[in-house]
Design a protein around this ligand. Structure first.
Ligand code: FAD
Length: 553
């Protein structure tokens, strides 16, 4: 196979920034449709054999997800009236490598449902939230969800809660593990309908990739056998095999250039040696995620676009959504050994939509996991009960007991779009490239807090019904959040006055600039947004290819 290599003097058809969940899919589809494609990725190219079971390196030292110690500080404030302060741990957390966060994510792959696309019509206005309907429906997106299932690789079983689907899953559900057994039994006791959790991890060989080896190192780790369906293994090799797609690692985009006519002409970036380069392209596609895409747009301001590129609506960076969560841990008399295999094998979706009887709007799902997603240091760090010993022989005994004898039931919930929750450019703090640092402004909407609390209570009841000898836990409603779900900051919509991209991800302001990643989402669903991000990417790429063939780009 000859890998494509383009010169920076050459104008390529499409230049994509970011090779993650969305960027990988779009690169693959545009290249297989016959277009020349360059993908700029700021992180390194790692392969499956590079990944290690090294919790200290990946979770504590942020080897894959850069933070302050690698020269990428972030700042945080709760409201626009406060001055943002530098945070120790990144509020906006994502992986920097070819494949993006799809490489080290947990791979829970829930489809959104019909309701998720029309919540504003169903629920009406909510004080303090900018709730809007999507310009597209579940029915329109369904064929692309099915493409994700089959072309990226998802394991599952169409259950009682599955939205309508045109085709079954390509792989059967992953074998149930012990916390799943506990959740299933408890759920049935309480009258709910637990079902196998859909995951982007292969339960049997598919598309030339092997099945999972159940090593337990999914959340925060790259998969060493390629069974996790990351962009790195599921789509990028196919893009490269066309001979028309070049993935350029260690290349950090810092400006989208435009001409006098207001069209994008290419992207300026720093290459692996730190030298500034410029790649011209007929169209630019931003897939840098819900944090970095708005930063790049805001950094690309000019006299024609004084508030940032594609930002005539003022919506770039606004309505940042994270997905809420809660966790409940329970110890059991017998070993549970929940650290084995994939994070979650069962989920309960009986509380998908809560409104009229509850006094707040929200919804979500509860899945079964190993506390701290299966790794010992994290487990020691934050899974012990409040009265656990802190030192000496008793501490060691308690760690051994907690790691092997506990299960967690975790709530994953809606996050409402709140206009003041945002990603913006910090006016003071700079990163190692001299760019303004990512500044997060965020406070949970009261309904989101109520939803998290509701889910913690249901998870506690489930834990008791499962036979836990006691329970402890919390909601994720902390003063300074840390999130991996970076959503909503360049929202999709028909109205150029209140959205950044149209229903096909074309920016309202710049006709050959497309934006497709977590930032495109109008609402946050109930957790696990990446299946939807990739379905949108398949749909956007199909549109871009069609438009380009007709001379519409
Ligand atoms: C530990 C963890 C667990 C997760 N678990 C789940 C889960 O179970 N289910 C789920 O649905 N989601 C999960 N997620 C979230 C999921 O990974 C993201 O929703 C998804 O990857 C977002 O896709 P994206 O295309 O928007 O961005 P990303 O996948 O983040 O890709 C963006 C890419 O752009 C690159 N980039 C950014 N800026 C630049 C620049 N200026 N120049 C060049 N390149 C740039 C980045 O390095 C990155 O590779 C998890 C995330 C993490 C971190």
């Amino acid at each position: 196979m000859t890998l494509a290599r383009f010169k920076t003097a050459e104008t390529v058809d499409f230049l994509i920034v970011g090779s993650g969940a969305a960027g990988g899919v779009i690169a693959r589809d545009l290249a297989t449709s016959g277009f020349t494609v360059v993908v700029l990725e700021q992180g390194p190219r790692l392969e499956s054999h590079d990944f290690r079971h090294d919790e200290l390196a990946y979770k504590n030292n942020e080897e894959l997800a850069w933070g302050r110690r690698q020269g990428h500080p972030q700042t945080f404030r709760r409201t626009p009236l406060e001055t943002a302060e530098i945070v120790d741990a990144a509020v906006l957390s994502y992986a920097h490598n070819v494949g993006g966060s799809s490489v080290h994510f947990a791979a829970n792959y829930w489809r959104f449902r019909e309701v998720d696309f029309k919540e504003r019509s169903l629920v009406g206005p909510i004080d303090g939230a900018d709730l809007a309907d999507w310009p597209i429906s579940y029915e329109e997106l369904e064929p692309y969800y099915t493409r994700v299932d089959w072309e990226v690789g998802v394991s599952g079983l169409a259950g009682p809660w599955d939205p309508p689907r045109s085709r079954g899953y390509p792989c059967p559900p992953m074998p149930i593990k012990s916390p799943g057994v506990l959740l299933e039994r408890a759920g049935r006791t309480l009258g709910y309908q637990p079902y196998p959790a859909p995951v982007a991890i292969l339960s049997r060989p598919h598309n030339g990739r092997p099945s999972c080896i159940h090593c337990g190192y999914c959340w925060g780790f790259g998969c060493e056998v390629g069974a996790k369906s990351s962009s790195l293994v599921a789509v990028i090799p196919q893009a490269e095999a066309t001979g028309r797609c070049e993935i350029r690692p260690l290349c950090t985009a810092h400006r989208v250039e435009t001409n006098a006519a207001g069209r994008a002409t290419g992207v300026v970036y720093w290459d692996a040696a730190g030298v500034e380069q410029r790649q011209p392209a007929r169209a630019v596609v931003l897939c840098a995620n819900g944090a970095e895409t708005p930063r790049l747009l805001l950094l690309s301001e000019s006299s024609r676009f004084p508030d940032g590129l594609a930002n005539s609506s003022g919506m770039v960076g606004k309505n940042l959504m994270f997905n809420g969560w809660s966790w409940t841990v329970g110890p059991f008399e017998h070993p549970v050994n929940a650290f084995r295999s994939i994070p979650s094998t069962r989920v309960i979706h009986d509380f998908y939509t809560l409104h009229a009887d509850h006094g707040f709007y929200g919804g979500g799902g509860i899945d079964s996991r190993c506390p701290a997603d299966g790794t010992p240091i994290a487990s020691a760090d934050w899974c012990a009960p409040p009265d656990a010993p802190q030192w000496g022989a008793e501490y060691k005994r308690s760690l051994r007991q907690i790691f092997t004898h506990t299960a967690a039931f975790v709530g994953h919930t809606t996050s409402l779009p709140v206009p003041t929750n945002s990603v913006s450019l910090d006016p003071v703090v700079r990163d190692r490239w001299g760019r303004p640092a990512l500044r997060t402004t965020h406070a949970d909407h009261p309904d989101d807090v109520a939803t998290m609390s509701f889910f913690e209570q249901r998870a506690t009841e489930l834990m008791e019904a499962a036979g836990a000898t006691r329970t402890w836990g919390d909601t994720g409603a902390t003063a300074t959040p840390q999130s991996q779900h970076l959503l909503g900051t360049c929202r999709m919509g028909d109205d150029p006055g209140s959205s950044v991209v149209d229903r096909y991800h074309r920016s309202h302001d710049v006709p050959n600039l497309f934006i497709c990643d977590g930032s495109s989402l109008v609402t946050s669903g109930r957790g696990q947004p990446t299946m939807t991000i990739q379905a949108l990417a398949f749909r956007a790429a199909e549109y871009m290819a069609r438009a380009a063939r007709k001379g519409g780009i």
